[in-house]
Design a protein around this ligand. Structure first.
Ligand SMILES: [Zn+2]
Length: 197
């Protein structure tokens, strides 16, 4: 699924498991970090720009979904992030949940353009080759199913933000978050609440 869906979905989980903004940020991060192994794409782009040749996607294809989409990365990320947490055990557990939610979402919906372009989850990479999991019915990355999930998660996050008084923007900045939530509350007041008589 798209990094934005991973991000907002992970933040929703974080609201359920962590009490402080810092801990929610860490749990959210664990649900996004697996895609760090896709940064080889930046090297591919840089090489293509420097050489003037067509882009090869060499590093992207070689490392993406292999280095950070298995249990070794789950342990490393969760332990590292939990180290910076207030409630370490709770955050470690939350990180494991959001990390594996990311894997599940990728298994469901990260197919390329053709039916054969399935992205498998190689759960023990980069240490071991097996097990390799894939789903033949995997949704296209930009397919309608993924768009529906995104819309559902996005809408739910707005509802939670108004209810809780903080939003996924808190991951970036407390100030941005308070502005964002106050805008959402104004929208809700204009749309759903009756004006005073
Ligand atoms: Zn991924």
């Amino acid at each position: 699924m798209s990094p934005i869906t991973h991000f907002i979905g992970s933040w929703l989980v974080a609201t359920a498991v962590a009490d402080s903004p810092r801990d929610r940020r860490l749990v959210t991060l664990a649900g996004v970090l697996p895609d760090a192994d896709g940064l080889g794409l930046a090297v591919d782009v840089a090489q293509s720009l420097a050489s003037g040749q067509e882009m090869s996607f060499h590093y992207y294809a070689k490392y993406h979904h292999l280095w950070c989409h298995g249990w070794p990365a789950a342990i490393v990320f969760s332990m590292t992030l939990a180290y910076f947490a207030r409630d370490r055990w709770r955050v470690a557990l939350g990180c494991l949940v959001t990390f594996h939610l990311h894997l599940l979402c990728d298994l469901l919906g990260s197919r390329g353009p053709s039916l054969a372009d399935l992205w498998p989850i190689c759960y023990s990479e980069p240490l071991f080759r097996h097990p390799i999991w894939f789903w033949k019915g995997q949704w296209k990355l930009d397919g309608w199913q993924n768009q529906c999930v995104f819309l559902a998660v996005f809408t739910l996050s707005f509802w939670f933000a108004v209810r809780l008084g903080y939003s996924f923007a808190e991951v970036f900045s407390k100030r941005l978050d308070s502005i964002f939530v106050s805008v959402l509350k104004k929208w809700r007041a204009n749309l759903f609440l009756k004006p005073d008589a």
